[in-house]
Design a protein around this ligand. Structure first.
Ligand code: 2P0
Length: 324
């Protein structure tokens, strides 16, 4: 039998998602926009296991704990409820992330799982519906259904909060990812964003400002204005981190080398290479650049960082089905 796997690429937000208005079905407080990347992806196969009592979950060829399997099972329950097929599954998932980058994200993982479960349980969801399912696993996974630039529209309810492809990003754009630290972060983004929404006095300002950034970046993408896309990206990411500094207790994911990395990006800009940084819920720094400048940028960054900490990524594609 040919087993079908689904591959989903991860994405990095240029306009960030940082907060939920509904935690149960994962509805965000604002819309967000990302670039799907080709260098990091997850491949997952789900096969119905008639006769098994529970789901069996292998990640990178290793049988996973009860807790990790339950998280996957809760997600697969959405597909079982929708189809009435109660059969458990064997889930085999592999993260393709360059050497210990610490970037194995829930975005590609949950998107690939949604795609594989869609095949196994025969739901036949189209990409829009699939992005709603992926959303229930992890907010950022909503966007990994599509390639290039993708918007996750916050919507008004669980029915209209999904991703929309904006542009295939096929115009000399990419990222250099600086792996400052590949360890698991101490505070998950789920907890970090909840705390920020509940306690940061800056949060109202963030919501107002990020809505404007989204409108402007979409226009900049439409006109392929790289500088504008970069400036908005850098500013939006820093504002998100600003909301965390205002939380109680204050939260920061930065490390000394994160600041060093941002300083080097500014320096590269001063030297005439257009590039802009963004950071997520961790110390790693992602540099948005012209893909054609990425080797030059990597060489410069390698003056301080180990080349193994520097990963070049181009635009990634939409979720795809591949036969084993
Ligand atoms: C983003 N992040 O837009 C933002 C920016 C991190 C910082 O989405 O709770 O793992 O599963 O919905 O998607 C990371 O949060 O959180 C994230 P859940 P998720 O990419």
């Amino acid at each position: 039998m040919i087993e079908k796997k689904v591959r989903a690429y991860t994405n990095i937000a240029l306009i960030k998602y940082w907060g939920k208005r509904n935690e149960e079905v994962i509805l965000p407080t604002s819309s967000s926009l990302s670039l799907t990347l080709d260098a990091f992806y997850t491949e997952t196969a789900v096969s119905l296991a008639t006769g098994a009592e529970k789901d069996i979950f292998y990640l990178n060829n290793t049988l996973q704990s009860v807790a990790a399997t339950e998280k996957v099972s809760r997600f697969l329950n959405l597909f079982r409820e929708a189809t009435g097929i109660q059969t458990p599954s064997v889930i085999r998932s592999t993260n393709y992330v360059p050497t210990s980058a610490g970037l194995a994200s829930s975005a590609s993982g949950m998107a690939a799982l949604a795609g594989a479960a869609n095949l196994a349980y025969g739901l036949n969801l189209d990409p829009k519906e699939l992005s709603k399912y992926a959303r229930r696993g992890s907010g950022s996974a909503t966007r990994s259904i599509y390639g290039g630039f993708v918007e996750w529209q916050m919507g008004t309810s669980a029915d209209d909060s999904y991703a929309v492809p904006i542009d295939d990003a096929n115009w000399d754009i990419g990222m250099v990812v600086i792996v400052v630290n590949s360890q698991r972060k101490a505070i998950s983004s789920r907890i970090g964003m909840k705390n920020t929404v509940e306690t940061s006095p800056f949060y109202a300002g963030w919501l107002e400002s990020t809505a404007k950034d989204l409108v402007e970046i979409k226009e900049a993408i439409r006109t392929r204005d790289f500088q504008k896309v970069g400036e908005i990206t850098e500013s939006n990411g820093m504002k998100m981190h600003g909301t965390m500094l205002g939380a109680n207790p204050p939260l920061s994911y930065w490390e000394p080398n994160s600041i060093m990395a941002m300083q080097m990006v500014r320096q590269l800009r001063n030297e005439g290479i257009p590039c802009y940084f963004t950071m997520d819920a961790g110390p790693n720094v992602k540099v948005l650049c012209r893909l054609s400048d990425s080797d030059k940028i990597k060489t410069k960054l390698a003056e301080i960082f180990d080349p193994e900490q520097l990963i070049i990524a181009g635009p990634g594609q939409a979720l795809q089905v591949i036969a084993e």
